[in-house]
Design a protein around this ligand. Structure first.
Ligand code: AMP
Length: 613
């Protein structure tokens, strides 16, 4: 049985894969699965395809050809060195390189391929692609749409209903690559995938984000040094690479540092470049472009005559679709979390290989990826909610993974923060499962910067390393949560056991006892408190001396309430708890008047309850 290559011939990058022993293998050459779709000739006239061609593109644009896909189907010639080529001829050089790489890595000859094209390609563009394949020595057994390939990749094992028939699905494929964007709506039924609508912008992609970052860096550098780096070709090439790396870093970190030593010179002295880019600033820079993609998405929905609720699944394709803000915008618009767990750079080539397997009659297994089944994050106090859950690693993220974000101290004098780690999907931590907690103590009170960086590292075995770092001083604290992925089940069982005990009136004090510090003057009071949630206790621990002084009367009442809860109070415990929480919230918000009023009400209640004990 002949193996058919699956090829994604992209505008920026191209990839090739095959099915072997039911599994999809993406060809990797020199540790890289992506081959830049760039062709060039070096000064000696040798042909360059891929990384080497891309690396020389900025220095020798006259000897390099990028984005040839945009010209496919047009009756034009492009100049390379001292010869002219048609777009299919240039594309054939990329395809031939992919074929040769596959043969070398897999030690097998290939003569057939399935090649993908954008859904909006017309017949002439498709024919030009077929011709490119033939010029490269490949029999192109089928040309398929990129969104179709992506859907196949997510659909190798379609759900079946009770009669064994596959269930039809409407899928939205959002594809944002380096230089092009398209969004398609497809209908998949019994292995047949039909494109219902497709919209896009052939000049919008991650490269535009790089350009905006590049301008930002050059403008700021010029302000600081009066040197315009845009005029220095070597500097341009280095900064272009650095901003792309920074952009990728910003997909997982709240800031990225661009550092290029000896970027240029002035008066015989070297000049360096060092700049920090904040994710918030970057997102403001690219927002108008992302907004355009959402407008295209709306048009595609309109064309297909569908409402967001009629879409069953959203698939994210293309390297730039990893940008977290895009996921957020799509989730807001569509009311569902998009899928990006299968590598968005590779799912089109993998889908093409699956199609090749189906044509050849090869058995194809499901595409398997290790993902986190639950969202992991921390508790933060926000303006709206003192129990706010801030997710770091979202559900369905492939593992291993690393994500970090920045948080702020509540007030300048704060010397300690509690990092409480939760697992779950609710935006209120109380509805999620606490899986660990640690403290970052000894924070600087002098530093003007209140930023605390929190980093989650989740490995393939479900071991989660959480690190908290005070950005201004480097002060670090960390914890390892041994089984972050299945801890939920364990915790849920424990909770249920406790619930059951209460239902059967077994008063298991030990399980409900917490140790708490409620005094700031170093006098530690140990209280046995049943029914008081840990959050409240950790909030008390975090109060500053200033807050203790300002709210001493209110805190006296809070303490009295806590003591009664820990004592023999059997009725109205929820009212007392609730009232304490409200007072604490008012203290956190700095609302003295409300805190005072609430504490007077609690005092009255406690007086009444004390009497009835
Ligand atoms: P593609 O054309 O699908 O290969 O996508 C390439 C584009 O994706 C380039 O602009 C890359 O810089 C961009 N890209 C790759 N990885 C990431 C990432 N993690 N976050 C944001 N952009 C990325």
């Amino acid at each position: 049985m002949e193996t058919i290559l699956g090829i994604d011939l992209g505008t920026t990058n191209s990839e090739v894969s095959v099915i072997r022993d039911k599994e999809i293998i993406v060809v990797e050459k020199d540790g890289r699965k992506l081959l830049p779709s760039v062709v060039g000739v070096d000064p000696a006239g040798n042909l360059l395809v891929g990384h080497t061609a891309r690396n020389q593109a900025i220095l020798y644009p006259e000897r390099t050809i990028k984005s040839i896909k945009r010209l496919m189907g047009e009756n034009v010639k492009v100049k390379l060195g001292n010869r002219e080529y048609s777009p299919p001829e240039i594309s054939a050089m990329i395809l031939k390189t992919l074929k040769t790489n596959a043969e070398e890595i897999l030690s097998q000859k290939f003569s057939k391929a399935v090649i993908t094209v954008p859904a909006f390609f017309n017949d002439t563009q498709r024919e030009a692609t077929r011709l490119a394949g033939e010029l490269a020595g490949l029999n192109v057994v089928r040309i398929i749409n990129e969104p179709t390939a992506a859907s196949l990749c997510y659909e190798t094992d379609p759900d079946s209903n009770s009669t064994g028939e596959s269930k039809p699905e409407t899928i939205l494929v959002y594809d944002l690559g380096g230089g092009t964007f398209d969004v398609s709506i497809v209908r998949a039924e019994a292995g047949v995938i039909e494109v219902l609508a497709s919209h896009g912008d052939t000049h919008l992609g991650g490269d535009d984000f790089d350009q905006l970052l590049f301008d930002h860096v050059c403008d700021n550098y010029k302000k600081l040094t009066k040197v315009d780096l845009r005029e220095i070709p070597v500097a341009v090439s280095r900064i272009m690479q650095a901003v792309e790396a920074a952009k990728i870093e910003l997909s997982t970190s709240p800031f990225a540092i661009i550092k290029e030593e000896f970027i240029t010179g002035r008066d015989g002295l070297p000049l360096h470049l060092e700049m920090e880019i904040d994710r918030g600033d970057y997102e403001r820079m690219i927002f108008h472009l992302l907004d355009k993609t959402i407008a295209c998405l709306n048009e595609a929905l309109e064309d297909a005559n569908l409402r967001p609720s009629e879409i069953d699944k959203i698939i994210m394709v293309g390297g730039a679709s990893r940008t977290p803000l895009i996921h957020e915008l799509i989730e807001n618009r569509m009311g569902m979390t998009p899928h990006g767990e299968i590598d968005p750079d590779l799912c089109v080539t993998m889908g093409a290989a699956i199609q090749g397997g189906l044509i050849a009659g090869t058995e194809v297994g499901r595409v398997l990826v290790d993902i986190t089944p639950h969202t992991l994050g921390i508790h933060v106090i926000s303006d709206e909610n003192i129990y706010h859950f801030a997710p770091l690693i979202k559900r369905n993220t492939p593992i291993p993974c690393r994500k970090s974000d920045v948080y702020y101290k509540t007030f300048k004098e704060q010397k300690t923060v509690a990092v409480t780690i939760y697992q779950g999907e609710h935006n209120d931590v109380r509805q999620n499962m606490c899986i660990g907690e640690f403290w970052l103590e000894g924070l600087s009170v002098e530093s003007a910067s209140p930023e605390i960086l929190c980093q989650f590292d989740l490995d393939i075995n479900g071991i989660l390393h959480v690190t908290a770092i005070e950005k201004s001083t480097g002060l670090t604290s960390e914890i390892v949560v041994e089984n972050a992925l299945s801890a939920r089940e364990h915790k849920a069982n424990e909770n249920f056991k406790n619930e059951l005990k209460q239902l059967f009136h077994e008063n298991d004090e030990a399980a409900l006892v917490s140790e708490v510090r409620v005094s700031k003057d170093d006098k530690i009071e140990e209280l046995s408190i049943s029914g008081v949630d840990d959050l409240l206790l950790s909030q008390l621990n975090q109060l500053s001396s200033e807050q203790y002084a300002t709210y001493s009367e209110e805190l006296k009442t809070v303490r009295k309430g806590l003591k009664m809860l820990g004592g023999n109070l059997k009725t109205n415990t929820e009212d007392v708890n609730d009232s304490i929480k409200k007072i604490m919230a008012a203290i956190q918000q700095g609302n003295k008047e409300t805190a005072k009023k609430l504490s007077a009400e609690l005092d009255d209640l406690l007086y009444y309850l004390d009497d009835s004990l």
